[in-house]
Design a protein around this ligand. Structure first.
Ligand code: NAG
Ligand code: NAG
Length: 215
């Protein structure tokens, strides 16, 4: 049945394309045992479970936005809700002061979809062809940030803003571009950053100093 091969390949590609970001589960539940010393892809399951393993009230009220960037992300992932282990989903709440920015970052393991709870935001992501896809969104509206692409949200309004974000991963992971490059431990060598950004050591050191822990 050689003629079937292209169809099978196409079917396989479609199945891959529609599958979730995290692997599918092999049992009803596997509540994360965060204290377990056993290292697996995800977390080992614990046996003693209860409804509280599937509960979290940490997104009920706004997070404090008195941060350097004026935005704060409160995660509701497997680290907060152990019952999410192996289920391939999680949420976050992001609060923004007027002028607040959730700086350019990526989630290596998940697509993100945000629903605006309050206020207005200017949001965008950048494709691998370096095209900026951006839009202003307001209360009740939704925007999608495709898996792995660099994206941001900025509150250019006069009032506070907030979103609920959903992810197709129990732990999407976040790499904030500026902090990743300028606040890594050990430090990314200056000569890597000067060449990458086409600037001098002074400029690189200046940015690094802004990310240094406040004394
Ligand atoms: C299971 O959890 C309950 C409630 O936290 C606790 O009282 C009990 O001792 C636990 N049992 C085991 C075997 O760990
Ligand atoms: C933010 O405000 C809270 C409560 O007002 C305070 O406890 C906290 O230290 C502040 N954080 C920063 C980074 O200023």
């Amino acid at each position: 049945m050689a003629s079937m091969a292209p169809i099978s390949l196409l079917t396989f590609a479609l199945i891959l394309a529609i599958s979730t970001a995290d692997f599918d589960l092999l049992q009803d539940i596997c509540v994360a045992d965060l204290a377990s010393g056993i290292k697996v892809n995800g977390f080992a399951c614990k046996t003693n479970i209860s409804a509280t393993d599937f509960f979290f009230n940490g997104l009920a009220s706004p997070g404090l936005t008195n941060t350097t960037s004026g935005a704060v992300v409160t995660g509701a992932n497997v680290q907060k809700i152990q019952g999410l282990n192996t289920l391939g989903v999680s949420l976050a709440r992001i609060d923004y002061a007027p002028g607040g920015l959730n700086p350019p970052h990526t989630h290596p393991r998940a697509t993100e979809i945000v629903f605006v709870l309050e206020g207005k935001l200017d949001v965008g992501f950048i494709t691998t062809a370096n095209v900026l896809i951006s839009k202003s969104i307001k209360k009740g509206e939704i925007f999608v940030f495709p898996k792995g692409l660099v994206h941001f949200q900025k509150n250019n309004g006069k009032d506070a803003a907030a979103v609920i974000a959903a992810f197709n991963s129990q732990l999407p992971g976040t790499q904030s571009i500026a902090a990743t490059l300028f606040a890594a431990t050990p430090s990314v060598p200056d000569n890597v950053l000067t060449k990458a950004f086409q600037v001098g050591t002074k400029e690189v050191e200046k940015i690094k100093s802004r990310f240094a822990p406040k004394k």
